[in-house]
Design a protein around this ligand. Structure first.
Ligand code: FRU
Length: 924
């Protein structure tokens, strides 16, 4: 992916870079101009300026050429110096217009020898070691001028000659040509003035000449150039000499040039002498371009006078305007070039910007692509992580479910274990007390011990379940710590003395009061002591120390023994659930007791630690907080040990707890108890324990149990909650919904021990909840209490007859039955035939049901009760005075007043009239 991107990036970018490179290299090539150095002898005259203009004009056709002009100011030495400077600069070509021939020749030869092309213009040197010469033929000009003068003077006359610089070739050649042309004529050069090509030099020289007293007469002035000749004309005019003829050389256009001077009559004639500036540049370009050139480039000349001045002027004017046009166009071209240059610069900037933009875009595109790829990868990874998380969650859920099933399984198994264990425990207890079984007492004690061991394990498993489900509630109360511990210790005393173990409690302060949950703490201490007794050898010691730590506001309970101790590894795991410890240890535990102890202590904001020195001793240290601020309000019990059965009580009961203290004399065989329990063994066991005191009916199936309850209307029902074919709670609800049975007290005896189970039972309307394994004496006690309460209720109803329904002490359900029952009797009181049949029909009960219900609630037969109501009403009416006894007897349902008197006397010992009289007397 990345390689593909780089490839496409290079394919798109490299041509652009190459293009730009080419553009800029062209630019460099163009900028790298060929340099021409021009050594000008003098440049302060019009002719030289014209030469320069022509050169620059020509140069505009060759943008690759550059030109630098150095002006020697008419000084040959300076010119030599300047030529050397050009040499040093390393010009590509040298143009020289020598001031004088002789002094300049050597340096030109030297340059030429060094390989630099040299073009000589206008004036010549004394050597032919140059690349090319450009200039007019000055000898020819001299001849042409001489011939023109000869014609003008008609072969006779005198000439005043104004010389150019004598060392310069044009001056020499023009003079030579003039002499040549004048040969054989009568024209003579009478005076020669040194003008040195300069206007002022010529003027001064001529003026001085003419101001002499005597100077040779002359007809014509021939100046080697126009400027000197025009100056001569001016001098003559100044001096009042007007008859002279002036002939010059150059024929320059322009206001101060020779052509204008002809037109103005200042000069008579002049000879066109081209500067050759343009030609020199053209030749230079050819040389530098490697083209062959003519070495001698002689420029054409022509005479200009009044005969051709018009044409010449027109031509020169046109040339001037063309030159101006050219200059303008050049300027336009230059400005276009400038625009082009700036646009090209802009283009380059744009190209660079575009390039940068493309590169940036490419980079951004690449980054985006990379980001997309990374995002894609991240998305994939994220999806994988989510999938893994989901899987992990599924596994966790499965594991949680598995744990839940395991715990449920444990709990169910525990339930299953409890019943048979209870069934082993109870008869064993009986047998231990049975003198006939004395021979087996040791075996029986062993059975009992192991039964309790198993029961404890089952209880511990169930405690764990409660802790895990946050259903293990703390019920803390203030306890006297030392007696509490001593009581637990007492159950181990026999084992201690049997094994000669020094078993002591050592307390700094024997009166310590401490807040804790006694049930939980009992389990903890019982566990620690069981553990110590398991490992402590004969003649060893087990000490319990109680110390106060006022600084930390804590009480320390230390259980110390000199058992074999634990390895370091075991110490750090001893409180882990199901930790088995060193497999080599024969006395391995279940891994339940210590773990449970720790968790029970933590529930009470207490802690436990263990320190062990193998072969020396082991110390378990419990730290309990003083006061009760660490408990929540709902965890505090003010009534310390009410209704709480401690573990050590269950597992080491008093020898006489199984014998009912009140015996047969307090119980009444008239009371009937229905035992609803589908475990035959438990049912039989309970029956055997209840039979000495009560009439017992058994039911193992909930449906059968219900019909027995409605038929027999027992005085009390004990009921299990878990049946193989039915639910105990449903049965109880059914019993409570039935008017006949709703008032029967129900005691649940169940292996379901959670507070929720108990609460559910209470809500259903049960009177008591006893958990398995149960203490039979406790069951007997509860039955006795409930039945006694019920007798009280019965008495209450009878006492209050006819019923006062506002009584708050009456049992609401029984009260309802009694109210309906009594109301029915009262409504039919006048009817002597009103009896059991009528009531059964009205209430919807069978005779037997009505009989049992009346008997159980009121303690009377139906007829007895009707009679009691009739008599009670009669008593009331007898006190009203205004009715006869006969009327009253009919009103309360007696067919004759005699029968009424007999029944009344039987009941109260006096006749109705005696009753009325007695009461009237009392009133009076
Ligand atoms: C200009 C000039 C011209 C003349 C030429 C000769 O400096 O004097 O007038 O023709 O030089 O070199």
């Amino acid at each position: 992916m990345k390689q593909a991107f780089i490839h496409s990036f290079l394919v798109s970018i490299v041509p652009l870079l190459l293009g730009l490179g080419f553009l800029s290299s062209c630019e460099n090539d163009k900028n790298k101009k060929l340099r021409i150095g021009f050594s000008q002898c003098v440049s302060n005259d019009a002719w030289r300026r014209t030469m320069h203009e022509e050169m620059y004009r020509e140069l505009s056709f060759y943008p690759d050429l550059s030109l630098e002009i150095k002006d020697a100011g008419g000084n040959s030495q300076i010119q030599i110096q300047q030529i050397r400077e050009f040499q040093k600069q390393g010009v590509d070509l040298l143009i020289v217009s020598p001031n004088e021939s002789e002094p300049i020749s050597a340096i030109v030869e030297e340059i030429f020898h060094s390989g630099t092309p040299v073009i000589i213009v206008d004036r010549k040197i004394n050597s032919n070691l140059y690349s090319a010469y450009v200039g007019g033929d000055n000898y020819e000009i001299g001849i042409t001028a001489g011939q023109y003068i000869n014609n003008l003077l008609r072969g006779k006359g005198s000439i005043l000659e104004i010389w150019g610089l004598r060392g310069s070739s044009p001056a020499r050649d023009r003079h030579r040509g003039l002499l040549k042309a004048l040969e054989g004529t009568e024209i003579e050069i009478v005076s020669q003035i040194e003008g040195e090509w300069e206007k002022d030099t010529a003027r001064n020289g001529l003026k001085a000449h003419l101001l002499q007293n005597e100077y040779p007469e002359f007809d014509l002035v021939f100046g080697h150039n126009d400027v000197m000749t025009i100056a001569a004309n001016e001098v003559c005019r100044e001096l009042g000499i007007f008859d002279k003829i002036f002939v010059g050389v150059d024929a320059l256009p322009g206001p101060f040039g020779g052509i204008q001077a002809i037109a103005d009559g200042v000069l008579h004639a002049t000879f066109f002498y081209p500067t050759g500036g343009d030609k020199a540049i053209e030749i230079a370009h050819k040389i530098l371009s490697g083209e062959d050139v003519e070495k001698e480039n002689i420029l054409q000349t022509a005479a200009v006078d009044l005969s051709n001045i018009r044409i010449m002027k027109q031509q020169t004017d046109r040339i001037i305007s063309q030159q101006l046009n050219i200059v303008r166009q050049k300027e336009m071209i230059d400005s276009q070039l400038e625009i082009y240059q700036s646009q090209r610069g802009l283009l380059i900037v744009l190209a660079i910007t575009l390039f940068v933009a493309i590169v940036s875009l490419a980079y951004i595109f690449k980054s985006l692509k990379d980001k997309q790829e990374i995002n894609q990868e991240l998305r994939q990874k994220n999806e994988e992580v989510i999938l893994q998380q989901q899987k992990a969650m599924e596994y966790a859920k499965k594991a949680e479910e598995a744990t839940r099933y395991k715990l449920e399984f444990f709990t169910n198994i525990s339930h299953e274990f409890r019943t048979p264990l209870t069934l082993i425990q109870a008869p064993v207890e009986d047998l231990i007390q049975n003198k006939e079984a004395m021979a087996f007492k040791n075996d029986l004690l062993l059975i009992r011990k192991n039964t309790y061991r198993l029961l404890r394990l089952v209880n511990q498993l169930m405690d764990f379940r409660k802790i895990d489900n946050n259903k293990m509630m703390v019920k803390a109360s203030s306890q006297a710590l030392v007696p509490f511990l001593e009581e637990i210790m007492s159950v181990f005393q026999k084992t201690a003395s049997d094994n000669q173990i020094h078993f002591r409690l050592m307390a700094e302060n024997p009166n310590i009061q401490l807040w804790f949950d006694p049930v939980m703490m009992d389990k903890v201490i019982f566990n620690l002591l069981s553990n110590s007794f398991k490992f402590t050898p004969k003649k060893g010691f087990i000490h319990i120390h109680i110390d106060e730590d006022p600084l930390n506001h804590e009480i320390l309970i230390r259980v110390e023994d000199n058992g074999p101790g634990m390895m370091h590894e075991d110490v750090s795991h001893v409180f882990d659930r199901f930790y088995q410890g060193n497999p080599g240890n024969r006395k391995q535990g279940t891994g339940l007791g210590l773990a449970l102890s720790k968790e029970l202590l933590e529930l009470q904001h207490a802690s436990i630690q263990v320190k062990s020195e193998p072969g020396e001793k082991t110390v378990f240290e419990i730290r309990l907080k003083m006061g009760n601020r660490h408990f929540e309000a709902g965890q505090l019990l003010t009534n310390s040990m009410d209704n709480q059965v401690l573990e050590h009580d269950i597992f080491f009961p008093d020898q006489d707890t199984l014998t009912p203290k009140d015996g047969k004399k307090d119980a009444s065989l008239q009371h009937c108890i229905l035992l609803i329990e589908d475990d035959r063994e438990i049912r039989k066991y309970l029956k055997s324990k209840l039979e000495p005191y009560y009439k017992v009916i058994e039911a193992e199936d909930p449906d059968i149990a219900f019909s027995i309850a409605t038929d027999e209307l027992p005085d009390l029902i004990t009921c299990d909650l878990m049946f193989q074919n039915g639910n105990g709670l449903d049965l109880i609800k059914k019993i409570k919904a039935e008017p006949l049975t709703e008032a029967i007290p129900i005691i649940v005896i169940s292996a379901k021990t959670t507070p929720e189970d108990q609460l559910l039972g209470i809500k259903t309307g049960i009177d008591d909840y006893i958990t398995k394994p149960f203490s039979i004496s406790f069951v007997l006690e509860r039955i006795k209490t409930l039945l006694a309460n019920r007798s009280q209720l019965k008495k209450h109803f009878l006492h209050e007859l006819p019923i006062d329904t506002s009584s708050s002490t009456a049992h609401s359900i029984d009260k309802k039955f009694v109210t309906v029952f009594t109301l029915l009797i009262e409504e039919n009181l006048h009817n002597p035939h009103f009896g059991v049949n009528e009531i059964c029909r009205e209430i919807g009960l069978s005779r037997g049901q009505l009989y049992r219900k009346t008997k159980s609630v009121l303690g009377y037969s139906v007829n007895d009760y009707i009679n009691k109501v009739r008599l009670k009403k009669a008593k009331y009416l007898l006190l009203q005075e205004n009715e006869s006894i006969s009327d009253i007897s009919h009103k309360v349902g007696f067919s004759t007043s005699a029968y009424f008197s007999t029944v009344f006397k039987n009941a109260f010992g006096i006749t109705p009239s005696e009753y009325r009289e007695g009461n009237l007397k009392d009133k009076n």
